[in-house]
Design a protein around this ligand. Sequence first.
Ligand code: FSX
Ligand code: SF4
Ligand code: F3S
Length: 391
Amino acid sequence: MASTGLLKLESDAKIADASRRLGMPRREFLQFCATVAAGLGLPPGAEAAVAEAVATKKRPSVIWLHFQECTGCTESLLRAEHPTLERLILDVISLDYHETLFAAAGHQVEQARKKAMADNKGAYVLVIEGAIPTRDGGIYCKIGGQTAIELARECAADAAAVIAIGSCASWGGMPSTDPNPTGASGVAEVLGKPVATIPGCPPNPYNFLSTVVHFLTFGALPPVDQLGRPQFAYSRLVHENCERRAHFDAGRFAMNFGDEGHRKGYCLYKLGCKGPETYANCPTILFGDAGAGTWPVGCGHPCIGCTEQGVGFTKPIHMLAKVRNVEPPQQYPRIVEEQGVGATMGSAATLAAVAGAAAGAGAMVARNLGVSHQQAEEAERARTASEKTEA
Ligand code: FSX
Ligand code: SF4
Ligand code: F3S
């Protein structure tokens, strides 16, 4: 436990109640709050405020609309490997309307939405998943007789905050791919006002949870960039924190899927990795709490730029990325790294708490190269030798 504020809370009755409600040990609950606070880039001490807010504040009512999408955003929230995440998400919010998760259907559900909106007028959070078709009067997506345009406008009118979750809702995403027959558009464009966006296809559930926890703790959404993306999650290029970055700098590239460089974990730039022009914290926080390597590049696939308008679903996968802020060097230094362990949300929290890191603390965690070039060579030699022995 890194902070004295959290240590004091360990024996607090409110925290005990919240831990019981969530079915997790108190310490785990507090550590998770510290992790979220660090991921948000909050200053030291804020983790106690986050824990108190999650434990005691009235859960904000959330109206969740689905338009043009694959429901992957919802699936990624609910299918997280670690049960804590989905439990926390469902505990910190009161999900009063969600078409996928509601057991009821039809008029009953529409009434539930209207009631939640009336009961929480001006205080509910509207989450929109999916793009909004705008062509031909918006007829390509209708729910309960209303177009997605009408529903989005009606529900946004009395919302305290609007969050566009996923790339579809953020900027059109996959449904807006050329020639975009339905005129699929992002939420901000249709509402004509800025909204918070959490792009990604699907987006990382931690980024949604952290955004909601910020709202719960401070009554406002976290600071965002000019595209509405929370700065704590989208201020760094994937390329800046990628575990294969040392290979990029040293000029070691996979040239084909399955070739020697690919098997050794070399940089995927020449296979079309869009990490150098995509802003997201994927390599820092990973996906699904399932351990090291659980993100696209970690699994050996180039980043397709799923968070980035103009890159994901627009640029062909094999096309070389524009290297935004670091040009490839003319000469490559020899780099020999120690074996790294990789950063997790937990280690980001510890680092932030110890160092008192400010904005983007989570994203600033530089990951060591998991396996150095030398070690990769040795592993390859050992693998070849054992294959020969088996044969
Ligand atoms: Fe799918 Fe969501 Fe992609 Fe879109 O995520 S994972 S198509 S961003 O709106 O459901
Ligand atoms: Fe990682 Fe892709 Fe950058 Fe290579 S190009 S270092 S694989 S983000
Ligand atoms: Fe998407 Fe690239 Fe992250 S494809 S999930 S932004 S690594």
